[in-house]
Design a protein around this ligand. Structure first.
Ligand SMILES: [Mg+2]
Length: 171
């Protein structure tokens, strides 16, 4: 079961995910987590870099959608100015929101990537939904209580995977 926590790819931040690479792989849509993946969990809006990154995806015809476990007020306030679709209170790692996102973007799971910063919600859920998963290093240095708990569990899972020789990337 541990292998379900393993991302297909591991990058420092979303900016290392380049549009031309995705296009070459036939990707038509990015489904992404919001908090600590695109911006810090306590930053209300997108940074200039994120706006530029989103524009670079749009330019090559890649749609972007946010799937977040956070509430409507937070996610809507972030997404509306950018004009991108979202699902809030997504209950990741449950599969339902991932399927709904694919439906919204009208793409197959093979044409999507999912980006997130947490193994227990983002990566586990994305893998179970059959998406190509990309783990990023969390943007923020401070976390809320539940995220702290998840990170403690993550460290245990990581240690376990390392012992089994399943971790291919460097920290
Ligand atoms: Mg997150």
């Amino acid at each position: 079961m541990y292998t379900n926590f393993l991302p297909d790819e591991y990058v420092k931040n979303v900016f290392q995910i380049r549009p031309e690479k995705l296009v070459a792989r036939g990707v038509k849509g990015i489904i992404t987590d919001l908090d600590n993946t695109l911006v810090e969990w306590d930053r209300p809006g997108a940074t200039a870099e994120i706006i530029e990154w989103l524009a670079s995806m749009k330019e090559v015809g890649i749609q972007v959608m946010i799937v977040s476990n956070n509430n409507n007020a937070r996610v809507k306030a972030f997404c509306d100015p950018l004009g991108i679709p979202f699902i809030c209170e997504a209950r990741k790692p449950l599969r339902k929101s991932f399927h709904k996102a694919l439906e919204t973007l009208a793409i197959q799971k093979e044409q999507a990537v999912f980006i997130g910063d947490q193994m227990m919600t983002d990566i586990l859920g994305g893998n179970r939904a059959g998406l190509h998963t990309i783990l990023v290093i969390p943007v923020a240095s401070s976390d809320g209580f539940f995220t702290k708990f998840n990170r403690m569990m993550e460290r245990r899972i990581m240690a376990n995977l390392k012992r089994k020789g399943l971790l291919k990337w460097e920290e």
